[in-house]
Write a protein that binds this ligand. Structure first.
Ligand code: ATP
Length: 896
């Protein structure tokens, strides 16, 4: 196939499918996934469970068959519960990985389609642009200023310029200038390439490196809990051993005592804590995804809740990124641009139609707008009562000016110039140039940020012709620029010049022709999101490449810029030392005309203060700042490199989504505290019951099967459901927690121990009461068993809030919890009321009065807590550690 045709058509989907089957996916050997069986068997990894199972086998040998079967059934049931949760977690994480996998822009059947990079095959023609991670080894078909960073393969840190291959027969091999390689990064420009090697055949495959994946390392919280789990486990095992030894010394049956000790250890050791945290984090990831943000790193969910500064881009994140040109200003005219329906007469001056063709300078401006542009615009016919609409492709700023030109009838295809060269736009230069050729003539067409572009102009053109650009005209133009920017318009300047060659320093000695001001309305939900941040003591900061006045107008409108805040421009930042920036950074709420390099300085300055910073970005140059931020936030439409550096991706590019993710981060942390509180206090309750009972010389309070029953009905479903508790209303009314805060901060540990002891002592007193009132160990055990279970089922509701007592919590807002408690309560009820179950659990049937006694006793602890809370003796736990605050010396205001 001739090269031109190949570039346009690419492979057919049928051929691509065939090659995919034949040669396999374009992936580097994937890590082995854990299958369902492995996950299920993993549930029995725990040492305590293994010992329990061995002792059960021993008890079968000694003839205790019913007991053994029950123990095994309970252990199995627990394993099934654990398996279901873990399997779901695994699936969630897998699905996320797939979503985060890179995509490639591939030409198939003559159309550019987005295909997962793993589905690419040899022969696929694909597009490359700055910020892309190259999906396969490929020969270059065409390129514009294309540079690739190949340090991954060559160790060379300077990006290499790439050129089209002269023929497709070029030998392929490492280090070629006509080729790009899988895993390397396009740093500048764009191009088209044809895949020559994929998967393990690629250069990258040969050295078998792995690309960044979703990170699954344990999060800091998981690590901490792992440690805590170990300490508690050692303590518990010690106590359980003591219980057994005390029993044996007192003359109880040796074997029974060993099984009692082990059962208690199984019930009391919070071995599942880190697992539950992982599951909760994964569930939170799913909830955050529903709100349109993709979490790439699990630990981000934890950090989200600590964020106290959000640095956000303006365009597209705080605004809609839907640009429409409203005003055009030439050195001698101020024109407004009509809306959609005025296509025949686009311009108005003082309310009167203005004919563009009559104005040389304006026609030059429109020509630059149409030609120095990579977007397209066409008019979509209305009909059926629908209005005519502009159909555009490409970057919104460019699309807006392409529409502007088209409204005045200037169409790129009809221009006499053909494109000879492009110097692409980048946010460091804030300009873009296209060189046009006509016969032997060359013309430079440039557009860009007016304040920067004007510095490159020496002449200007108006209705009457070209004149030298004196200071008077220059300052008049800048005034016009400021006037438009103050009304939140984003302004672009236009200039051109004829040139003798297409090389050299083209963007100088230009002829300025005018300005175009476009609106980009703030996102409707952004204002409310900013307000939410304020209430949640999170400081929103705008960082934008746009003009200071445009930025300030929008920041004021959204509530980001307030009385007393400072603003800084990129230029001022350049002139400032790091120390000076450190002094003021906490007061600056708008950074304008910055380039990506500045973002890194800003993040560092904020982090030095102890701020936990979320930073958004989409361009390739934003990656370092995103990596440096505590929470790097990439945009759904951003470059691969930024996405890889980020810990969370906003699929809809929306600021409000980031705030929602932070809210979920806070909720999940609260929920983790909730179930840690619940699990630990219940476990302490169980240990206290057994240990104190033993110390006081009582008969063994609960049999192994009864202990395992308690563990099953309280630790399983209710704890899980608590992890899914909805947000407390005030979660965004609190200050962010400090990242160094312990999970037990604010007196949580004391509350846990206190409540655990209360549960244990209540259970013991019911054991004594039932023993005395109703005679017999079986009655006493049943009373104690039911009290222990019911007290824990009440306690689970108390754990919903750290500020309210059992009588003040919203009972019914977590249906799963209600369901879990009903199931658990039902099982407990049957364990005493059903003949069959009674035989297994060695219980007696309880009368109504006895049940009332159990219920009453179980309410003692919650009533006591409620009273203490009321008397202010037990401090509310919420928001325990105040945020670190740094005193900022007063300083002069910067910028506008
Ligand atoms: P943010 O960081 O908030 O997304 P931004 O998108 O407004 O900011 P840039 O895209 O870096 O920032 O644009 C900075 C300036 O460059 C704009 O104010 C505009 O004047 C100019 N500019 C933007 N797009 C183009 C373009 N395609 N061609 C030429 N100049 C442009």
């Amino acid at each position: 196939m001739p090269q031109k045709l190949l570039e346009q058509e690419g492979l057919t989907s049928k051929e691509a499918q065939k090659r995919l089957l034949e040669y396999g996916e374009n992936t580097l050997s994937a890590k082995k996934k854990s299958g369902p069986l492995k996950i299920f068997l993993g549930q029995f990894r725990d040492l305590m469970v293994i010992i329990l199972l061995i002792s059960t086998v021993l008890s079968v040998m000694m003839g205790e068959i019913t007991e053994a079967i029950t123990i095994i059934a309970i252990v199995l049931l627990n394993a099934v519960l654990g398996f279901v949760q873990e399997y779901r977690t695994e699936k969630t994480l897998e699905a996320l990985k797939e979503m985060a996998a890179p995509a490639a822009q591939v030409v198939r059947d003559g159309e550019v389609v987005s295909v997962p990079a793993s589905q690419m095959v040899v022969g696929d023609v694909f597009l490359l642009k700055a910020g892309d991670r190259v999906p396969a080894d490929a020969l270059i078909l065409s390129s514009t200023n294309l540079y690739a960073d190949e340090s991954l393969l060559s160790g060379e840190s300077e990006p290499v310029e790439k050129h089209p291959a002269k023929t497709l027969e070029t030998d392929f091999g490492p280090g070629k200038l006509e080729a790009v390689y899988m895993g390397t990064v396009i740093t500048k420009g764009r191009g088209k390439a044809i895949a020559a090697a994929t998967g393990m055949e690629s250069e990258m495959g040969k050295i078998a490196g792995m690309l960044d994946d979703i990170e699954e390392d344990p999060t800091p919280l998981q690590l901490k809990l792992d440690q805590l789990g170990k300490i508690v486990a050692i303590g518990c095992v010690g106590i359980c051993a003591a219980v057994s030894v005390a029993g044996i010394l007192r003359g109880e049956n040796l074997f029974d005592m060993i099984i009692t000790g082990i059962s208690l250890a199984v019930a009391a050791v919070p071995e599942g804590l880190p697992a539950i945290v992982t599951i909760s984090l994964a569930l939170a990831v799913r909830r955050i995804l529903k709100r349109n943000a993709l979490v790439r790193k699990l630990h981000a969910v934890e950090t989200l809740g600590c964020a106290n500064v959000i640095c956000s881009d303006k365009t597209g994140t705080l605004t809609e990124n839907k640009m429409t040109v409203r005003e055009v200003v030439t050195p001698d005219r101020r024109l407004t641009v009509a809306g959609e329906n005025y296509a025949d007469s686009a311009f108005f001056e003082d309310g009167k139609k203005f004919e563009a063709v009559s104005h040389q300078g304006l026609m030059s401006l429109l020509e630059i707008a149409a030609f120095c542009n990579n977007a397209t615009a066409s008019r979509e016919k209305g009909g059926f009562g629908l209005k005519e609409r502009w159909q555009t492709t490409g970057e919104p700023t460019e699309a807006a000016i392409q529409v502007l030109a088209a409204k005045a009838g200037v169409i790129p295809q009809e221009l006499r110039w053909f494109r000879e060269r492009e110097i692409p736009f980048d946010s460091d230069r804030k300009m873009m140039t296209v060189v046009g050729g006509m016969g032997s003539r060359h013309r430079v067409f440039t557009k860009g940020a007016p304040d920067i572009l004007l510095g490159r102009c020496t002449r200007y053109q108006d209705e009457r012709g070209v004149h030298p650009l004196n200071e008077g005209v220059r300052s008049r133009i800048l005034k016009e620029n400021n006037r438009m920017a103050e009304t939140a318009l984003r302004v672009l300047g236009f200039a051109y010049r004829d040139a003798s060659s297409i090389q050299g320093n083209l963007e100088e000695d230009l002829i300025f022709v005018g300005l175009a001001g476009m609106i980009d309305p703030p996102r409707p939900e952004a204002k409310a999101a900013v307000e939410k941040c304020r209430r949640a003591k999170i400081r929103p900061v705008m960082i934008t490449g746009d003009h200071i006045l445009t930025a300030c107008a929008i920041a004021k409108d959204l509530g980001i810029l307030r009385e007393g805040d400072l603003t800084l421009t990129g230029k001022e930042l350049d002139e400032m030392s790091d120390e000076a920036l450190d002094r003021v950074v906490a007061k600056v709420s708008v950074f304008s005309r910055v380039n990506p390099g500045h973002k890194l300085r800003i993040v560092r300055a904020l982090k030095k203060r102890g701020d936990i910073v979320a930073m958004t970005g989409d361009g390739v140059n934003d990656a370092p700042a995103i990596k440096e931020a505590n929470i790097g936030v990439a945009m759904g439409g951003g470059t691969d490199v930024t996405k890889e550096a980020s810990s969370i991706i906003l699929l809809d590019n929306n600021f409000a989504t980031l705030v929602a993710a932070i809210e979920e981060g806070r909720v999940i942390y609260q929920n983790i505290r909730k179930f840690i509180r619940y699990l630990l206090s219940c476990n302490i309750g169980e240990v206290v019951t057994m240990f104190v009972g033993m110390l006081m010389g009582m008969p063994v309070v609960l049999t192994p099967i009864q202990i395992l029953l308690v563990n099953l009905v309280t630790d399983g479903l209710p704890a899980m459901a608590l992890g899914m508790d909805p947000a407390q209303d005030d979660v965004m009314e609190l200050s962010p927690r400090s990242s160094e805060e312990s999970i037990f901060s604010g007196g949580l540990l004391g509350t846990i121990v206190f409540r655990g002891m209360l549960i244990g002592l209540t259970t013991l007193s019911m054991f004594v009461a039932f023993y005395r009132l109703y005679g017999g160990v079986e009655a006493a055990r049943t009373g104690a068993l039911m009290t222990l279970i019911v007290a824990q089922l009440f306690h689970v509701f108390e754990c919903k809030s750290e500020t309210h007592s059992l009588f003040g919590v919203p009972f019914f807002n977590n249906k799963k919890l209600i369901g879990a408690v009903m199931v658990s309560g039902g099982i407990a009820f049957l364990a005493s009321e059903n003949t069959w179950m009674r035989a297994i659990f060695q219980t007696i049937p309880l009368t109504l009065n006895q049940w009332l006694l159990v219920l009453g006793a179980s309410l003692i602890a919650p009533i006591l807590s409620a009273l203490l809370l009321k008397l202010g003796r037990e401090k509310p736990l919420e928001n325990p550690v105040p945020m670190k605050t740094v005193r900022i010396p007063r300083s002069d205001s910067f910028g506008g």
